[in-house]
Design a binder for this molecule. Structure first.
Ligand code: PGA
Length: 243
């Protein structure tokens, strides 16, 4: 694991953006793995800036998002499809047919999982995956006690995740309890991974991920086994790391 400790959220976002810009310059038809949540918003803002300045081109880039809530219409203001549109896709020239998000409203969820996994394989696999981390150590929606062998699948959200995500909804009852998520195995098959974390609320999960036992109880700990992971954390999120 390559661990980079930065001062704050802005520096974390800038550093991550540099790695993505490098990736796209090196391989203009890169396959990116994208994430939602508060963590990558700053990274997306930086990428939009680089795009507007003419430094990168998304014309041939392909993207796959990690996850989506089940049974939220893609137009729902908290769907991840809408999040991606509002925070990134509407500002860049990635072709619509090239950005993929699992469908939370598919008729057959199991078939949708298989379709999504196959799409990733047919695109040649993910070159660079961005991840956040939940306070419970989840990556994507792979909650504690997940099987490391899981590929894209249907998940029940952890109580802590539901509580954490309630801030985006009118009340906790509105938070979906299920989602479709790339599995740990899907994520581990990415050729490169960048995980971002900021704020002291993430400090325990980050410490467990980098220096704790590798265990499904803390799904992010599996990243210790990946040959090409860069963790970019601000000082608060890094405060409990024991190297
Ligand atoms: P956050 O979520 O970026 O909103 O903190 C991270 C995650 O749950 O993976």
């Amino acid at each position: 694991m390559n661990i980079i400790v930065v001062k704050d959220y802005s520096e974390m976002s800038r550093k991550a953006a540099h790695l993505f810009v490098g990736q796209i310059l090196q391989k203009p038809n890169s396959v990116l793995g994208l994430a939602t949540g508060s963590t990558p918003v700053g990274l997306y803002k930086e990428l939009i800036k680089f795009y507007k300045e003419g430094m990168i081109d998304f014309e041939n880039v392909i993207a796959f998002n990690l996850d989506e809530y089940l049974n939220l219409d893609p137009t729902h203001e908290q769907s991840y499809a809408r999040f991606m549109e509002e925070n990134l896709f509407q500002f860049i020239n990635m072709k619509e047919k090239n950005h993929h998000i699992p469908s939370g409203t598919a008729l057959e969820f199991e078939a949708e999982c298989d379709r999504y996994e196959e799409l990733i394989h047919n695109a040649g696999g993910i070159d660079l995956q961005i991840l956040g981390i939940g306070r419970n150590g989840h990556i994507g929606f792979n909650e504690p006690d997940i099987k490391f062998e899981a590929i894209t699948h249907i998940v029940q959200l952890d109580e802590q995740t539901i509580n954490d995500n309630a801030r985006f909804f009118n009340n906790i009852e509105e938070v979906p309890k299920t989602a479709i998520s790339m599995g740990i195995k899907t994520i581990m098959q990415s050729r490169g991974i960048i995980l971002l974390a900021s704020g002291k609320e993430k400090a325990d999960a980050v410490a467990g991920m980098v220096s704790g036992k590798i265990t499904p109880e803390l799904p992010a700990s599996v990243l210790q086994l990946h040959p090409n992971v860069t963790i970019i954390v601000d000082e608060a999120a890094a405060s409990k790391i024991n190297l």
